[in-house]
Design a protein around this ligand. Structure first.
Ligand SMILES: *[C@@H]1O[C@H](CO)[C@@H](O)[C@H](O)[C@H]1NC(C)=O
Length: 270
């Protein structure tokens, strides 16, 4: 074939579907930009602060997790992006392989978490326990616990007496803290017509008997509340899972299609 003929031939027909190619390109580009954002947030959080209380609570600094996830995502989406644009089989194969690996890892974790739900609950309980212990040591942990308790209308992990894990709220008689036997006011049920939050509404709650207590604070622990929440939001949980899985499956399938098309293209030119 002379040069002119071969050029006309490729212009007229190609095994590589441009829609798939550019879809994969823009799709990867989107997540590539997104990965940069995650790394930026992680680095910002790392530089801004990382107290010992946060590290102790989460075992690993959450900022480090963000950076690692972001960097891994950066390299995977980079392969997809450039692989699709340049029709580079090696990059596309790396993209497809690593995406499959990530997808399978997530699936194994999800399945294990589901079948070992008691252990999952215990593991989560360890986080919450540490967060309760360090409640006063870090403003972010404090805000996190307050947010969880207010949003899920719960108090403590098992129940409100868990606040005794914290040095300030501990209910042993020898505790000199003026918050002895209290719970944070994020445990309090808002009273109708209340305009100013009574920040002392949790004081002495752990000393009162159970029936009396449940009138002013959330009676259910956050562990039970989380189970109730998941059971009543199964559709949302399913949608979120699908939202996480679908882009990965799409990426794996599209890159495989593109690889086979490029193989065909090479075969037809040779
Ligand atoms: C709170 O939970 C702990 C641990 O599960 C339990 O021993 C305790 O009896 C509970 N207290 C109340 C008042 O429900």
């Amino acid at each position: 074939m002379d040069r002119q003929v071969s050029l006309t031939r490729t212009e007229m027909f190609s095994f590589v579907n441009p829609w798939i190619r550019y879809f994969l390109f823009f799709f990867s580009l989107l997540f590539w930009v997104f990965s940069l954002l995650i790394v930026a947030i992680g680095v910002y959080a790392k530089v801004q602060k990382a107290t010992d209380a946060v590290r102790d609570t989460f075992f690993i600094d959450p900022a480090v997790i963000l950076i690692v996830v972001g960097v891994v995502m950066f390299f995977i989406t980079f392969c997809g992006c450039i692989g699709a644009l340049r029709e580079n089989i090696r990059l596309l194969k790396i993209f497809s392989f690593s995406l499959t690996l990530v997808f399978l890892t997530q699936m194994v974790i999800a399945i294990l978490g589901f079948f070992y739900s008691d252990q999952t609950r215990d593991a989560l309980g360890k986080f919450v326990k540490k967060a309760i212990v360090h409640y006063r040591d870090d403003l972010d942990l404090q805000n996190l616990m307050d947010y969880i308790q207010k949003e899920f209308k719960c108090c403590g992990w098992n129940n409100y007496t868990d606040w005794s894990w914290n040095l300030y709220f501990n209910c042993t008689p020898s505790n000199p803290s003026n918050e002895r036997c209290a719970v944070p006011f994020s445990c309090c049920t808002p009273l109708p017509g209340e305009t100013v939050i009574n920040t002392m509404c949790g004081f002495g709650v752990q000393t009162q008997d159970h029936l009396d207590t449940t009138k002013s604070i959330y009676p259910v622990g956050c562990a039970d509340r989380a189970v109730i929440w998941i059971e009543s939001h199964l559709l949302l949980v399913g949608a979120l899972t699908l939202g996480l899985a679908l882009p990965q499956i799409a990426g794996i399938i599209l890159s495989q299609v593109l690889i086979s098309e490029i193989h065909k293209e090479i075969g037809s030119v040779m």
